[in-house]
Design a protein around this ligand. Sequence first.
Ligand code: PLP
Length: 393
Amino acid sequence: MSHVMNTYARQPVAFVRGEGVWLWDEAGKKYLDALAGIAVNTLGYNHPRLTRALTDRIATGVLHTSNLWRIPAQEAAADRIAEITGLDEVFFCNSGLEANEAAIKVARKYGHERGIAEPAIIVMEKAFHGRSLATLSATGSRKVQAGFEPLVSGFVRVPLNDLDAVRQVAEHNRNIAAVMVEPIQGEGGIIVSRLEYLRGLKEICERHQWLFISDEVQCGLGRTGKWFVYQHAGFLPDVVPLAKGLGSGVPVGACVVGGRAKGVFKPGNHGSTFGGNPLAMTAVAATIDTIKEEGLLANAARVGELIRAGLESRKDAGIAEIRGMGLMIGVELARPCGELVRQALDAGLVINVTADNVIRMLPPLVMNEAEARELLRRLDPLLEAFLEKRAAA
Ligand SMILES: Cc1ncc(COP(=O)(O)O)c(C=O)c1O
């Protein structure tokens, strides 16, 4: 019996080696990875540039110092993040929920500074923001919240893609300090915000001087073909929580602020022992530099389009919808399809199913066109058998 706490429904496979978009299990079986550790392994596996940078860092003997001191690697990583986000200040932490927790604290402090005694944040149905008490309270899923009440107060929930719902809250609730939105909901089933909606939301934020928080923990960092989804919509948010793909597998998160949120946090307002340590910062710099040098934004757009077009050409009554942008792809089926994960593993393909009936694919950004075609070739017969089963039932 394992002493690992039983909080996950794990598949009985362990990956022990990786190269590019390929993984090998303990028995030496090879898999094509269309999930990247849930949008984490941006550069795939064993990317020479990342491996070299991390190895060089380890060779210095200094993996961690503490935020009591200056950390040059942290300053270098923050410069890069400021450049790609268009924002000003970066707080480093270690995970997505911590990045969101920091964003929620920024919003509350901003509210207090504006004279709101009990600041509230508008959040979206079906959103996922993490599993700390504040972030699970912000999350729009009863499954995540059940058993952990009392929830943290100060969140007002509205449906995604519904500006009228936000306008109504604006009319009746004077406590709102911010809107928090996952521009493409990942755990919720790859649900894409309309760009018009995001622009409308930004306008409402401007009108009421609310902060616009764009949770790009899953959809950010180049996955959609631009660095961030808000860049497709053409405006700057005030707060952008990041994690997952930021360190290509080294745990790291960041809460990036600009606009109205700039300068809200002052010394003593927030902290993290591990946040921004030299090892994680090396991974951040190598990830961002490699995305630029290898043209991985354009690659994500092109290869994502190839996969989506391939899926569209097989469209069947059993496929409700194909959604996504770039290498963030969801295939909603007409009925629950969790069994496909195991079947895909048997066929040497790593995928995920979320929201019960959505196949989710988040491949490494280094996936090339030949590998994308191979992904379709492996997925096709599984989909076909699944859809036939429905027809036979
Ligand atoms: C959009 C979004 N925000 C926050 C989180 C939480 O990140 P973490 O699991 O690193 O705490 C996730 C994780 O899936 C996410 O997808």
